[in-house]
Design a protein around this ligand. Structure first.
Ligand code: 6GU
Length: 234
């Protein structure tokens, strides 16, 4: 067997992995060796007797900064353990937004190396010197990159061949078409006085497809005018 897609995570909290990635869809695929996960403790690359990985910010200010030498040693070790063709990403709210297109691209690579920060950040020089791309999962601040790494890995893993149960559901889901998904219903026909839209019970598949497309468009226009504009402009 060729080696599976691999996520190598550099973190001060390796116990946070696999975490939720060990359960459900991703966990089943992990057990089936459809992907591999390596969590490496950054503190293992500390060189002094206090095993320090951070230092005070140059220029002053609050918090601590991850040392360039420690982060570089961790990245170099991760790269030595991976096949070529796995980009290195640093998870940070300053990064370029992670999108479904980014997940598709990463899922087609050999894997990914993810550097998780804590503290105020990492010495900027290591990002330049090691060609590390800074990526954000959204406009809010997390206390560290680990949860963001798990989000990113989950988004990639479910796209790997043989992982998602229903391949049709991948093509129809939100963002595949650039639209948010239409609403879903199941039995019973009436629940707490609320009924299922009549068209879904009609058996007219063309009419159902048209209704779903209209719903997807209405919801996208209302909730995500930014996505709607992009979709319209094609
Ligand atoms: Cl990728 N990392 C952290 N630490 N916070 C974030 C984030 C990433 N994306 C949004 N907030």
């Amino acid at each position: 067997m060729t080696s599976p897609w691999r996520a190598t995570v550099l973190t001060l909290f390796p116990e946070m992995f696999p975490g939720p990635l060990g359960l459900s869809l991703a966990g089943k695929a992990l057990a089936e060796q459809r992907w591999a996960l390596n969590a490496i403790d950054i503190r293992g690359f500390a060189i002094d007797k206090h095993r320090s990985v951070d230092d005070t910010p140059s220029g002053g200010g609050a918090g601590m900064v991850m040392r360039a030498d420690i982060a570089a040693a961790a990245i170099d070790a991760a790269r030595a353990s991976m096949l070529a063709g796995a980009p290195t990403l640093y998870l940070s709210p300053r990064g370029t937004p992670f999108t479904q297109a980014g997940a598709r691209e990463l899922a087609q690579a050999q894997g990914v190396i993810l550097l998780c920060g804590r503290f105020e950040g990492v010495d900027e020089r290591v990002l330049e010197a090691r060609n590390v791309e800074e990526v954000s999962i959204g406009d809010y601040v997390l206390s560290g990159g680990e949860l963001a790494a798990q989000v990113l890995i989950d988004a990639c893993v479910r796209l790997l061949p043989g992982v998602a149960g229903n391949e049709g559901s991948l093509a129809e889901e939100s963002f595949a078409s650039g639209l948010l998904e239409y609403p879903h219903y199941t039995r019973p026909r009436e629940w707490e006085g609320r009924t299922i839209p009549e068209v879904l019970l009609s058996g007219d598949h063309e009419k159902i497809a048209r209704w779903r497309r209209e719903q997807a468009e209405d919801i996208t226009r209302a909730r995500r005018p930014d996505l709607w504009e992009k979709h319209r402009k094609g």
